[in-house]
Design a protein around this ligand. Structure first.
Ligand code: KG4
Ligand code: ZN
Length: 337
């Protein structure tokens, strides 16, 4: 089965074509980062309008790259949520309408479920069951995965997501949007011994997270000093050490609690170098294995949507003509594929 995947939940238009037998045939991405960066964050209305401009040309270029024509496509998958409502509606409406016009089934998929399964696109794919650490701009979750479609949320952030904390702290330090990669690079130059930031919610049992206090801690540190390049780097370092230590400790707890030894890390923050190094050390200590998507599939992309859509459509799931976009969509509500 050959599935066209469409991702428009936030500030990236991602399109891909996935073949159930041959794997990924082609993918393309248009990032809106340059457009939003002058505003210091995503402007939802601009995001929706840009998706409208990009989506059809990107679909055409993916089909051309794959050497596929529309009659070779068996189904269409699009991100139905969670995300920005206007941005989601572009992908949902285009995907559903194309499927109607082409007489093929369509399915709306969950953005975080797609992130979670993105490592399945790699040669070195994990086998179920595993623990997934989902760390994106909107979500931080630890999920026990029995099989695709069977998820148990073990813990999640009670306030800011890890990526959101990266972006807010980066903004505070005068770095651009999105701040994760810039903050990570700056932290490399920082002194690890100058400041120690708290490791939120690690002093009690459980697998939930809370990251909003870290940006306040960073703000208070900035206010108490004269901000110069050295201070910026030292704060970046203290911030990242705290986030990474916290994430790794909760991963360790999840592995120990379940007895599982496979860990998947996915979502934008899983591209982070410091986090990957620390997870590799954890895996060594526990005799466990860590799996990631390639960096381009850690952040938002169409390939993960096409892959998940292919699983669901091949299992016979499809949607009626009325389409639905869900800005909020708890993962617990997912039906098994
Ligand atoms: O998964 P994603 O592309 O979009 C959402 O679903 O939210 O994640 C975007 C987030 C942003 O907060 C961005 O700053 C963060 O991922 N990010 C990083 C890195 N690359 C992206 N954070 C830390 N280090 C990175 N290398
Ligand atoms: Zn995402």
């Amino acid at each position: 089965m050959r599935v066209l995947g469409i991702e428009t939940s936030c500030d990236e238009t991602g399109i891909a074509l996935y073949d159930g037998e041959k794997g990924l045939l082609a993918h393309a991405l248009h990032s809106q980062v340059a457009m939003h960066s002058q505003y210091g964050g995503v402007v939802p209305e601009l995001a929706s309008r840009d998706h409208i401009r990009r989506i059809i040309p990107l679909i055409n270029s993916v089909l051309e790259e794959a050497g596929v024509i529309k009659t070779d496509i068996d189904g269409i998958a699009y991100t139905a949520g969670p995300g920005l409502i206007g941005a989601l509606l572009v992908g949902v409406a285009v995907g559903r309408s194309l499927a109607y016009g082409w007489g093929i089934p369509a399915i709306g998929v969950h953005h975080m479920e797609a992130h979670l399964l993105a490592p399945m696109l790699e040669d070195n794919a994990p086998e179920c069951p595993f623990i997934a650490l989902l760390v994106s701009g909107g979500h931080t979750q630890l999920v026990e995965v029995d099989e695709p479609g069977q998820y148990r949320i073990l813990g999640e952030s009670l306030d800011d997501a890890a990526g959101e904390a990266f972006d807010k702290t980066a903004k505070l330090l005068g770095l651009g949007y999105p701040g994760g990669p810039a903050l990570s690079a700056l932290a490399e130059k920082g002194n690890p011994d100058r400041f120690t930031f708290p490791r939120p919610m690690t002093d009690r049992p459980g697998l939930d997270f809370s990251f909003s206090g870290l940006k306040t801690h960073a703000l208070n540190t900035v206010s108490a000093h004269d901000l110069d390049d050295g201070l910026r780097a030292d704060i970046a370092r203290a911030f990242i050490d705290a986030v990474v230590d916290t994430l790794v400790l909760k991963c360790q707890r999840a592995l120990e609690q379940t007895g599982l030894r496979s860990l998947v890390a996915a979502g934008g923050v899983s591209a982070n170098r410091q986090l990957r190094e620390a997870l590799a050390n954890l895996a060594d200590d526990l005799d466990a294995k860590v799996y990631y998507p390639r960096p381009a599939f850690c952040t938002d992309n169409g390939a993960m949507i096409a892959y998940l859509g292919c699983l669901k459509l091949a299992a016979g799931l499809k949607e009626p003509l009325q389409f639905k976009a869900r800005p909020r969509w708890p993962m617990e509500e997912l039906v098994p594929s």
